[in-house]
Write a protein that binds this ligand. Sequence first.
Ligand code: WTA
Length: 561
Amino acid sequence: MAIIPARPGDHNLKDYARARETFRFEDVEREFSWYTTGRVNVVYEAVDRQVEERGMGQQVALYYESGERQEEYTFGRLQEESARFAAVLKKYGVQKGDRLGIFLPRSPELYISFLGAARLGVVVVPLFEAFMAEALRDRLGDSGAVGVVTTSELYPRLPLDQLPALKHIFVVGEDIPKGAVDWHREMSLVTETPPLEWVGREHPLFILYASGADGKARGLVHVHNIMVGLLITARWVHDLRPGDVYWCTADPGWITGIAYGFLAPWLLGVPVVVRGGRFNAEDWCATLARYRVSVWYSAPTAFRMLMSGGDELLARYDLNRLRHILSVGEPLTEEVMEWSLKKLGQPIYDTWWMSETGMNMICNYRCMPVKPGSIGLPLPGIHAAIVDDEGKELPPGKIGNLAIRSGWPAQFRAVWNDPARYQQYFQHRPWFISGDAAYRDEEGYYYFQGRVDGVINTSGERVGPAEVESRLEEHPAVARAGVAGKPDRLRGEIVKAFIELNPGYRWSEDLAAELRNFVKTGLAAHAAPREFEVKESIPLTRDGRVDRRVLREWILGLGGR
Ligand code: WTA
């Protein structure tokens, strides 16, 4: 595919080469209120400041739509309601530094709860709404959450008897279970709201659980300082400016839905669209058109869904306002890029980053030519490299570990309860080793080549093989399980499980369905294996862990045992 020329004109990052030489993150720090006042809280910068310093209290911050519900929240209303929720938390004794799980579907209550907690310096533990009992137990348990916000529908999934630290359960909905707190009623009872708490730049903002190659999901600790990375990427990568309407389609249970779903755009006072519930290709178009979305951040899986809707669908909607489209999470294929050029009249800008990085790291920018197939160039201020397994830098053209020089502003600061895991990422200082393989060309463009560590990426969702294995091994039929990603045209990868059966069990389609459901109801639907294969034994390494190399060989058909 041909190189797509730079799009001069209305872009923020005017000269990549120059910015690359001269930009320092300190340059953007000056733009924050705390730079002069010394008082830090990301909620102040993203919400209160728009009201108190910029006269934007009446401006819409959030357009929400789900089924029958259609609501608008101004910055002023978000400030007011999140302060109310802070009052509710205070009433129940939830304090600065305490952890609060947020287990809600995309809804205004989710954003209000997040902001309300962060206002007080309470640390949010985002929980994707598809999580089931075991995934919830691991995350709420590990983080030691003292409270959780959920809905009456999701409430039954909480394994309360296994969560001794969990004292307060705030429930949004009609049927409030015994012992739980009625979120809406409490909000209506508030008469006085507490002042926003000032915290340090290094104070934890949220702990996001992300799957790794081994063990359980790890709690990545992000701090208020994440805002520095979010502000500059909102501008340079997403090209946000006054007058924009921004739609990031990711769920706030994942990093993209937090960092870019609301924090980054609100730092610039740009309104976001949130669409709840499930939706099809037609709903996508309708949403883009109805809210006159100008900047759209989504994933290849979503673009493919839109493609499957057919041309006549696109023709029925006025998408004229759409001026910038970005992608994340999985490889942006040529097929998708060609479709966008043809049908939407513009390229899609790929962005590479991870839960650990907290912000976009290697991206395509409007001011630079786009080489289809490349994830782009490092953000000015970010130093990337390809290194070998000893941490030595490799020259252009060589595939190796994609690494980032440690010390960027949105970097995760710890793995909760697990300093050893944190150190693993930095075993070749000064590099952060991403776990992705890539190479770089002579001009410095990077090309993603897949994960090196066995983490599975299915439709842009990160699945840890070890979590799925240990769930499968809880089933009486399974002696041992080995799980790996299998390449798939539509989903990037699918979850494939190799099963060693216990004596007395026979393989059948029914058992496969049962195991799939067992993972689905224990962990989450996206973690459930789409394919199974029975093996006499699962290969182990000398130290007794599943030998992922052999699983990969089995999948790719390179022989095996
Ligand atoms: C993958 C999502 C191809 C990668 C923000 C990374 C990508 C993992 C891209 C992180 C991209 C992210 N092209 N693959 N543009 N961006 N990935 O933590 O393997 O959910 O390591 O963060 O997604 O997934 P995570």
